[in-house]
Design a protein around this ligand. Structure first.
Ligand SMILES: [Zn+2]
Length: 267
């Protein structure tokens, strides 16, 4: 047991706290003299809407907007946003755990990229996605800025933006995460023939058990997952008005969706 205030390990037992829900041990820190229980470090501590946590995730992954959820559940918008961020953090942990516990091990992986914008067409965003072909589970989904393609964007702006946009950052993250799910007895990664991506892939996946297949033979599965994502993640809807306001929040949304999607698949 560590002190939740100062992280000190010198902690003594300090009686029992009785609440409506039962008894909990109290602790007292020798360093800072503060008392606490296990509940204080729980994610639900002092959360008055904790019973809505799961509902918010479900509604958000079924295409509802954050404000729509706030109106439906009769809670304030900041509450919904707070739960969205926390749930995304929990989902990230759960995704990582699933990968480290070899829950997604497979010998055939498909890669592809999905495009969207952050706020305007001047700021394009790419999502690198890898799926487990057998079940359609999402192994990794990472968002990052990509170079401008829209013709209407001024040259000065696009040059400036393209310097900042780095295609490879999020791709590397995605490949590294995907590697954890590969079967070490022999695996195939199937992607489209996009050269920079193949170069990255070859650099990161040097092991002999990985075969890289630059032409997609069975495209159907990943297309189906793409359609689902476009449909369920409201930020990616093919409407002129759906964009994401901040890349960070899109990553949160994707992490949340990955967990939701995989749990639904497994059930
Ligand atoms: Zn302390």
């Amino acid at each position: 047991m560590k002190c939740i205030y100062c992280n000190s390990e010198k902690v003594n037992k300090h009686g029992v706290l009785k609440t409506k829900r039962g008894k909990t041990l109290r602790y007292k820190c020798k360093g800072c003299n503060k008392t606490f229980t296990k509940r204080n470090s729980s994610i639900n501590y002092r959360h008055r809407k904790q019973h809505l946590r799961e509902a918010i995730t479900k509604m958000y992954c079924e295409r509802m907007s954050l404000r729509g959820i706030a109106r439906t559940l009769n809670v304030s918008y900041p509450t919904v946003v707070k739960y969205f961020r926390e749930n995304a953090e929990l989902a990230r942990k759960s995704n990582r755990k699933r990968l480290s516990e070899k829950g997604l091990v497979t010998s055939y992986v498909q890669f592809d990229q999905l495009e969207t914008y952050e706020h305007t067409k001047r700021k394009p965003v790419g999502i690198q996605l890898s799926i487990r072909h057998k079940t359609g589970e999402i192994i990794s989904a990472k968002a990052g800025y990509i170079p401008v393609r829209a013709l209407a964007v001024s040259k000065a702006y696009s040059t400036k933006w393209n310097k900042m946009a780095n295609q490879s950052n999020h791709t590397i993250k995605m490949i590294q995460e995907t590697k954890k799910a590969l079967n070490t007895k022999g695996s195939t990664i199937s992607c489209d023939g996009y050269r920079p991506q193949i170069k990255l892939l070859k650099n990161i996946c040097k092991q002999s058990f990985i075969t890289i297949q630059p032409s997609m033979k069975e495209h159907k599965k990943i297309d189906r997952v793409f359609r689902r994502i476009r449909q369920d993640v409201s930020r990616l809807g093919r409407k002129t008005l759906s964009t994401t306001k901040r890349l960070e929040q899109l990553q949160n949304h994707l992490d949340l969706y990955t967990d939701y999607h995989n749990v639904r698949r497994a059930a």
